[in-house]
Design a protein around this ligand. Structure first.
Ligand code: DGJ
Length: 729
């Protein structure tokens, strides 16, 4: 691994064994993107930008001798505004004279061992200075008196480059950063398909692959959260690339608020990718000497298809984004009371549920919504984090102690970022939610969003939570968030800073999460937002697991979990074995199918154990025991997608341990057919030299990966599944 600067060629080369990232300075001024891809040992070319006479309508920079050079046609790292590049800019700054043109030029660079922290923001990290190196390139517009410092980190053993930017006002007058994106990557061609993860509530992270089109295309969120509707992710794949072969570039934004990912294919068939905080409803005041730090973008290069990209993301996120005591610990099987009781429960019911859960081998009891204030439905009490004694006569500690006496750990639901209009907190602080002065605020799930951009609001909520966490034995928290922002403004900010509110909210949220997760390191935090409404890498930094969707139907979950696995490893994705008929879609499925889907992620149970008639509890018990025996592999193994639920009535995936000695293959038949075509699947990730045993029969690794296994011939009926365990000899 290294970062090499060739003074003569003015060329930067970041490399490790797998990848190279090359940039160049044009005439010691402009930072030009040259190459990102598979490792190149030595890059000999200089100025490979197209010097052809095509720039007739493309201006040349002021006082530039070479008519062939135009910012309009070169690949750039920090494209500005108003100086001849007519493509989408990376940033936009308004100056006191009301104009915007800005063009950054090279000032200096430095190479740092390791990876510096991004203050107040989640980011990937290095545990020692050997593991990564960081290049910071300082660019300056000396007339406008602004600076951009671009950071690039390369890891020793990962096909990853991370990027972020600090924008700085060096002048004495205030300027406004109206767009301050985190990264630009220009490609010399447009031979790509674009993969995205669109969705909706209970239909999160679906996959969509389309040819990259000419012109400007933006995926974004304007909701104040990363959202169920889009993930801050795209992949650009070569059209011939597949799940297991070909070139793929993955882009993921480590941020939980409004974002935009813009692709632009220009008239020369060059592609620009821009990623950062959404410029919509955003403007950041930069006073004299003030700095704006953007969140980080992770760039992944794979020449082993989408699966290769996913492997890189999975390892990076598990090993160098998630943190804390639980990062490498096996996660407990939990039971959650939500679909069993909704808001209607008392202590006896909960303790009975816990007792039955213990008999099944469940390890953690999660008390969901409805335990506080007067919360008997979703119209009231958010913000009043005081136990409801009518439901829990012995208080939280009372119920927690009893559940622990039943042999389970105790977990609790919170939705700390919200306030109900019917609450004590609202009576005392009607100005504490996100709002515009004298303008009505829309409701969402009968609630308002607390203004986490304000310190006093954060302090109050933190104090309420700390009070509970310090007095009740709590092992787990489900941190929920159930509505998006509207009428975005803050009564705590001046008019010039109103458009900072959405980002300041996210910074405030990160501050609260940092404090709570580090003050209570033993607590396992689970991220939730009405399902996967804010399951993004920003949240992973604070909470090592996330509730992927409120939709627990086994069939729908195949797509949700398959899509989610593009970037997140199964240990981070929580899945519950729930009732049949399913509460979201009404589908009736076998216990085995439901178990096999939930066990291929981080397993939980959401069954009414007292009433459950359609679920075979003996089978649930057996499955929990099997999961616990195998969870090291299922939670920490490598995960390969084999058959996509988006393409057929079947799904398959396989988990392989690091030594390639053990693997577990899950196969699902969604709908049965008569005279059906055979489904044969080629496994991945095995050792081609090893021999594996399946139910006493022997198979070689290369046989399983090249010839494969027939899977569907012995499955009858809809919603069926099978699990195949492989062990090397
Ligand atoms: C939304 C979550 O996704 C559900 O699991 C549940 O916790 C409800 N909120 C409770 O209001």
């Amino acid at each position: 691994m290294g970062i090499y600067y060739d003074q003569e060629k003015q060329q930067f080369h970041l490399f490790n064994k797998e990848i190279s990232y090359v940039m160049e300075l044009e005439n010691q001024d402009y930072l030009i993107q040259v190459y990102f891809g598979a490792r190149i040992q030595s890059f000999y070319q200089k100025s490979p930008y197209p010097k052809i006479d095509r720039s007739s309508f493309s201006p040349n920079p002021a006082n530039w001798p070479d008519r062939n050079f135009s910012l309009d046609t070169v690949l750039q790292e920090c494209p500005g505004q108003g100086s001849g590049d007519y493509r989408e800019p990376l940033f936009e700054i308004t100056y006191p004279d009301g104009t915007k043109a800005t063009q950054f030029k090279y000032e200096a660079h430095e190479i740092i061992q390791g990876k510096p922290k991004l203050t107040g923001l989640p980011a990937t990290y290095a545990v020692d200075s050997e593991e990564a190196e960081t290049l910071v390139i300082h660019l300056i517009d000396s007339i406008r008196q602004v600076k951009a410092s671009l950071s690039y980190t390369i890891y020793q053993n990962r096909s990853v480059v991370t990027k972020s930017i600090q924008y700085e006002n060096l002048g004495t007058e205030t300027v406004y950063l109206n767009r301050g994106l985190s990264a630009c990557l220009d490609f010399p061609d447009a031979h790509f398909d674009l993969v995205q993860m669109p969705g909706a509530w209970s239909r999160e992270k679906q996959l969509k692959r389309d040819p990259l089109m000419m012109g400007i295309h933006t995926l974004d969120s304007k909701r104040g959260a990363s959202s169920t509707h889009q993930q801050p992710f795209i992949a650009l794949m070569r059209p011939e690339a597949t799940e297991k072969s070909g070139e793929v570039y993955g882009f993921h934004f480590i941020y939980s608020g409004n974002f935009q990912i813009t692709t632009e294919v220009d008239t020369y068939q060059q592609t620009r990718v821009l990623i950062g905080i959404n410029a919509y409803d955003f403007s950041w005041q930069l006073q004299e000497k003030e700095v704006f730090q953007t969140p980080e973008v992770v760039l992944v290069y794979s020449n082993t298809g989408l699966n290769g990209m996913s492997q890189t993301f999975h390892h990076l996120y598990r090993e160098r984004l998630a943190r804390g005591e639980h990062q490498f610990k096996e996660r407990p099987v939990l039971i959650n009371n939500w679909e069993t009781t909704y808001f209607d429960f008392d202590e006896t019911q909960l303790v009975n549920l816990a007792r039955k859960a213990n008999e099944l081998g469940i390890e953690l009891f999660v008390l969901d919504d409805g335990w506080f204030g007067e919360r008997n439905d979703d119209t009231t009490s958010l913000g009043d984090w005081v136990v409801n004694r009518q439901k829990l006569a012995n208080g939280l500690k009372g119920v927690a102690d009893k559940i622990r006496n039943e042999g389970l750990k105790f977990g609790l639901w919170f939705e700390p970022e919200m306030i109900s209009q019917q609450s004590q907190l609202f009576k005392e602080h009607p100005d504490w939610h996100i709002q515009i002065k004298d303008y009505p605020t829309s409701q969402g799930r009968n609630q308002l969003v607390l203004d986490f951009s304000r310190q006093e609001v954060r302090d109050e909520i933190k104090a309420q939570l700390i009070q509970i966490l310090s007095t009740v034995p709590i092992d787990y928290i489900k941190w929920d968030m159930n509505r998006n922002m509207t009428e975005v403004g803050s009564l705590g900010a001046n008019p010039q800073q109103q458009l900072e509110t959405a980002h300041r909210y996210i910074l405030g949220l990160y501050e609260v999460l940092e404090e709570l997760t580090t003050s209570f390191p033993h607590i396992l935090f689970e991220n939730c937002s009405g399902g996967g409404g804010r399951y993004d890498p920003g949240m992973v930094y604070y909470m090592p697991q996330s509730w992927a969707s409120d939709n627990t139907d086994a069939v729908e979950r195949l797509k949700i979990q398959y899509g989610t696995s593009l970037v997140f490893p199964p240990i981070m994705t929580c899945a519950h074995l729930s009732e049949s008929p399913n509460h979201q879609v009404g589908r009736i499925t076998d216990t085995k199918m439901r178990a096999d889907v939930a066990m291929s992620a981080n397993l939980g149970i959401m069954l009414n154990l007292e009433k459950e008639a359609t679920t075979d509890l003996e089978l649930v018990k057996e499955n929990i025991a099997w999961y616990q025996k195998n969870r090291k592999l299922l939670q920490f193994g490598d995960f390969y997608r084999l058959i996509s639920p988006f393409e057929s009535h079947y799904t398959a995936w396989v988990f392989v341990d690091a030594a390639k000695d053990q693997a577990i293959l899950f196969f699902y038949q969604i709908l049965n057919e008569v005279s059906k075509p055979f489904v044969k699947v080629q496994l991945q990730g095995l050792d081609s030299q090893k021999v594996y045993q399946i139910n006493g029969d022997l198979f070689s690794g290369d046989e399983l990966m090249n010839f494969g296994l027939y899977l569907n011939h012995d499955l009858d009926g809809d919603f069926k599944s099978k699990v195949i365990e492989l062990k090397s000899l």
